[in-house]
Structure formats: structure tokens, C-alpha cells
Write a protein that binds this ligand. Structure first.
Ligand SMILES: Cc1cc2nc3c(=O)[nH]c(=O)nc-3n(C[C@H](O)[C@H](O)[C@H](O)COP(=O)(O)OP(=O)(O)OC[C@H]3O[C@@H](n4cnc5c(N)ncnc54)[C@H](O)[C@@H]3O)c2cc1C
Length: 388
């Protein structure tokens, strides 16, 4: 087992020790790191375990940036969680003095009837969010990098931006350790079982962990641990370009665009590179987490360039800076799985390619569920029971 990379920072948040259940967090990537931190900051005894040392290239979090936005085509029911997640990202930034969120504004582009546009509008109207509806002329005037067709529109989400996932996970794990969480890296949990007094988790290095409660947040390894949930793991490739001036966060928004039967997205310049990729590629490849997603192939750049050419011509003509593989763990309805599967075990899985922005609020929800604190949200949409 590797030692923690986060040092022996002083422990905070443990002055008011109360008899609370102890919790094991299995998987310390995006969601697990936030759960471990929230629990430890509340003074609970937390043990976390990860098969690697997050952040890492095999995680669903790899790739430098993740879009955060308030308008939510995936469902207006996510908006209360989004309000809270923005607040918690801000609190994490205050606590750590590390910048995690870069505001850029965001465009949801497509024909008015597309799910990307109509869903974003529905969520904005249902929750009184700040937005502007731009026609094609207005898009071109405000954001000359974009060339929408005459019948396309955009919902401008002024709250949107991007989060830096690797920096966020390092920061959150550092805060978790500082708050007293015991984190074990480089050893996989091979199985878990409930006992009369709690939960036991067997580790690949032969150790066994015991606690009153267990949170399972294994990303792409969920199918192996949670075989009765209908999850499929697919490979995705993120592409990076160097288009020159005009693409900084101050000039160029994050974007999601439904066109030609495909949905693509992009993030403004971060560390000298601009991201653009397909959310759902024409031929998705199902993979196994243990095998991992294969690195980008030379023939994968051209289809993205071709899709971009009429829409973001400067980006389509830019120098290619490389690609990065990653994994989506998808549920059949593409809503998360977030809830208890027994009196002692809580699951966070199936984030379906849109989970990162929710990391701190999911951590808070998991911490609540593992300690019998009812989260103040309607979580029916995410119930593991919907698939049983
Ligand atoms: C290309 C791409 C683009 C994306 N874009 C966005 C975006 O713009 N906005 C957004 O909000 N979201 C986005 N997402 C989705 C988001 O990144 C994921 O939903 C999120 O990272 C999932 O977090 P997770 O905790 O489930 O998985 P991970 O972060 O991968 O964490 C799971 C952890 O569990 C560990 N683990 C697994 N099995 C075991 C075991 N048996 N024992 C111990 N440890 C174990 C793993 O090592 C890993 O560290 C994107 C995802 C991809 C791939």
C-alpha cells in the first residue's frame, strides 16, 4: 500500500467528538473524495480506500476541465442540487485557498426543439434562473467564434464555467486528511459484506476494514461491485486544440451543441489548450474498467474537426494538441444512482458523463445518507430501487 501523498497536515474539525457511526468510503475519486471530506469535517471516523492514487488517468475525472452550469437539459430536478453545489465549490475554495471554478458563461446551442436547448430553457424557467435566449445573429455578434445555422438558437447560461477535476480532487483529499480521514491508496477493495454489527470490506492486500456504514463510489468499476445495477461503461475521447487568440475564458464560453444528430461540447482555453469533444460519439465503445479505455487513435481527430468546421471554423483549423481517453459509466436513463441499497450501504454510481459539477453536493448527500441525515432534496430520480 502506498502512503498518502497529502502529508501530515494538522487535523481540524474533530473537537466536538460525538458517538457517530464510522464510515468506510470505497473509491476516493470524484464523489468518494467529497464524501470522505464531508464526513471527516463533521468529526466522524472515516477510512477511505482507492485502488489507485486519485487523481489518476484511469478515473472518470481525467482531462483537465469539466463544465459546470445552472441550466440543466438533463432535468430541471437537478437545479436545487446545482444551487447547493455552486455554494459548496465556493466554500471549498475558501477553505483551501485554491481556485477550483473558472466562470466563463455557457451556451446551450441547437435548434429550438432540440433537447439541449428546450431542456435548458425548461430548467431555467422552472427555477427562475438567469439566462438569455439568443438567435443565430445574436450568437454571431456576441461570440464571433460560433457560426450557427439560421434556424439555430442558444440559451446563454451566465453562471456556467469549468471546474478543474484533478486539482479539485487533490484539494478535497488534502482537506479530508487535514480533517482526520484515514486514506489508503494503491489497494483495491475486492468485496464487501454486511455483518450483524456493521460492514466488512476485504482489500486486495489482505487487510479487512470494518465500520458501521459503507459508501461505495467506484466510478467505472461499479459493474464489478454492484452487479445487480444496470450500468454500462463506455470509452470517450477528449480532444485538445491550440487555436491562438480569442479562446480565453473571458472571450469564449463553455458550450454544448446538438447538431447533425450529435451532441458536442467544449471548454475555453485552460493551460494553453481548448477542449472539444463528442458527448456521445457516433459509435460508442463499451469497455471493461479493468482493461481500461484505449488511448486515442489517429483516426479519431478528423470526425471532430469535420463536425467543428462549419460551426467553429477557427477551432477546426487549429493545431491539434492531442487527445485523452476517459470513461462514462451510464445508467439506462442517464440519471445518477445515489442512495442506500441497504441499511448500511450507500451507493454513488452511474454519473453518466455529467457528474463532476455535482461533486461537493454529492459528497454532502452521501455523508447525510450514511449518517441517517435526510438530505433536503427529492432524490427519487436517483434511487437505486428504480432499476429493481
Ligand atoms: C470525457 C469526459 C467528460 C466529462 N465532462 C463532464 C463535464 O463537462 N461536466 C461534468 O459535470 N461531468 C463531466 N464528466 C463526468 C464526470 O467526470 C464523472 O461523472 C465523474 O468524474 C464520476 O465520478 P466517480 O466518482 O463516479 O468516478 P471516479 O472519479 O473515477 O472515482 C472512482 C474511484 O473509485 C476507485 N475504485 C474503483 N473501484 C475500486 C475498488 N474496488 N477499490 C478501491 N477503489 C476503487 C477508482 O480508482 C477511482 O479513483 C465527464 C466525464 C468524461 C469521461
Amino acid at each position: 500500500m502506498q502512503m498518502s501523498q497529502y502529508g501530515n497536515a494538522p487535523r481540524a474539525g474533530r473537537r466536538y467528538r460525538v458517538p457517530m457511526p464510522e464510515v468506510i468510503v470505497l473509491g476516493l475519486g470524484s464523489m468518494g473524495s467529497a464524501a470522505a471530506y464531508t464526513l471527516a469535517a463533521r468529526g466522524l471516523d472515516v477510512v477511505g480506500v482507492d485502488r489507485f492514487t486519485p487523481p489518476h488517468d484511469r478515473g472518470a475525472h481525467a482531462g483537465g476541465t469539466r463544465i459546470i452550469r445552472m441550466t440543466y437539459a438533463e432535468g430541471a430536478a437537478y437545479v436545487p442540487l446545482l444551487h447547493r453545489t455552486y455554494q459548496l465549490w465556493w466554500e471549498l475554495e475558501q477553505e483551501s485557498e485554491v481556485r477550483l471554478v473558472t466562470p466563463t458563461g455557457g451556451l446551450n446551442l441547437g435548434r429550438p426543439e432540440s433537447a439541449t436547448v428546450s431542456g435548458a430553457l425548461t430548467s431555467a424557467r422552472a427555477h427562475g434562473l438567469a439566462y438569455e435566449l439568443l438567435d443565430a445573429d445574436a450568437i454571431r455578434r456576441r461570440f464571433p467564434q460560433f457560426r450557427p445555422a439560421e434556424d439555430e438558437v442558444a440559451v446563454l447560461d451566465t453562471a456556467a464555467g469549468f471546474v478543474t477535476p484533478e486539482i479539485a480532487i487533490s484539494t478535497i483529499l488534502g482537506l479530508a486528511e487535514r480533517a482526520g480521514a484515514k486514506l489508503r491508496f494503491g489497494t483495491a477493495a475486492v468485496s464487501y459484506r454486511e455483518t450483524s454489527s456493521g460492514v466488512s470490506v476485504s482489500l486486495a492486500d489482505g487487510d479487512e476494514l470494518h465500520a458501521e456504514r459503507l459508501i461505495i463510489a467506484p466510478g467505472a468499476w461499479a459493474p464489478g461491485l454492484l452487479g445487480d445495477l444496470p450500468l454500462r461503461v463506455e470509452r470517450r475521447v477528449q480532444h485538445f486544440w491550440r487555436p491562438g487568440p480569442g479562446f480565453t475564458p473571458a472571450e469564449f464560453p463553455a458550450w454544448i451543441w446538438a447538431a447533425d444528430g450529435l451532441t458536442a461540447y467544449g471548454v475555453p482555453e485552460h493551460e494553453g489548450q481548448v477542449k472539444a469533444a463528442f458527448h456521445a460519439p457516433p459509435t460508442p465503445e463499451q469497455i471493461d474498467a479493468d482493461t481500461g479505455a484505449a488511448p486515442p487513435r489517429p483516426d479519431e481527430e478528423q470526425p471532430v474537426r469535420d463536425w467543428l468546421r462549419p460551426r467553429l471554423p477557427t477551432l477546426a483549423g487549429a493545431a491539434y494538441a492531442g487527445g485523452k481517453q476517459c470513461t462514462y459509466t451510464l445508467t439506462p436513463d442517464e440519471n445518477f444512482i445515489l442512495g442506500a441499497i441497504s441499511g448500511r450501504v450507500v451507493v454513488a454510481a452511474g454519473f453518466s458523463g455529467h457528474g463532476f459539477k455535482f461533486v461537493p453536493v454529492v459528497g454532502e448527500i452521501l455523508a447525510g445518507l450514511a449518517t441517517d441525515v435526510v438530505p433536503p432534496y427529492d432524490l427519487a430520480l436517483f434511487s437505486p430501487a428504480r432499476f429493481r
